[in-house]
Design a protein around this ligand. Sequence first.
Ligand code: PMP
Length: 361
Amino acid sequence: MTIYNFSAGPAILPKPVLEKAQAELLNYQGSEMSVMEMSHRSSLFDKIIKDAEKLLREIMGIPENYKVLFLQGGASLQFSMIPLNLAVGKKALYVNTGAWAKKAINAAKTVEGVEVEVIASSEDKNFSYIPTITKDQIDQKAAYLHITTNETIGGISYQTIPDAGDVPIVADMSSNILANDYKVEDFGLIYAGAQKNIGPSGLTVVIIREDLLNTEPIFSPMLDFAVQATNDSLYNTPPTYGIYIAKLVFEWIQSLGGVEAVLQQDQEKAGLLYETIDASNLFESPVAKEDRSITNIPFVTGDEALDKKFNQEALAQGFQNLKGHRSVGGMRASLYNAFPKEGVEALVAFMKKFEDENGEK
Ligand code: PMP
């Protein structure tokens, strides 16, 4: 049976990447060593991390005045590390768009000396839309404005990035990095856990504008962006194998024609599923049309028992990890870059069949 993996993360990786990693697993480029066994200070690994950064700079169009950091601790550590580095003694602004934004807000509130202000929220409508942000809402003295460009659980994403004036925008891009046409220069800092569109979990990518790096050390070197930047992400042992896989993923994206080409495929895949949902009398999307995510697509029947039946039958047909997040129920299809179009075609065919068999609501 063909398996289609709709996991929200850790998520499907491109098959050619896994095949290359497999071919190189025991003997990386004639070294008779696996990348896993190499010193992070070796010349072979030095080339891997430099190539990974170079490729990411190319495919994302990262300007020279930004540092690229390969860290650990997941996006969740960034929820604390960002206010700690950027906002002590200052105000930090947040937009509350759902489960992940909330976690970022709550973590920032625990950092001593940081004043957290939530300037907009879509909680009034169960986080089904992205609130409009205007420049006059933004205190120009704030350290940053934090947004979550794609809410992985809620399935909403920013189609355009707000104008925050001189206040840097800090973005949790965990679930739509490399699947959008945002411009890096519109942000002061971008961060993402790798386990969706970049590689295996354990690696966190941070892209930070140089003027946002501290000039004075903060209490912990490991948590200090400036220390990590000065040491080219090698202050301690970085997640070497994750960085290697990320490099292969960036090469794969480049071989397909870059982010623009991949995004076009993502839009086609998401479009196919949304068309099916919109044409259906059984399934519906719980989010505002104009804010729909192309990477995480929740849908429901409106009847919990029927959702359960759908999930059970889908699983039996090889559609893995389609069940909605435990906090919202229903279904959720995560269609990251590596997810094949055939999987979406198979899913929509299955949805139509299920609708025929289970009638209209
Ligand atoms: N932000 C978003 C948008 C996410 O989807 C996730 C993980 N699903 C996180 C943050 C947390 O990431 P991590 O598990 O890497 O800490």
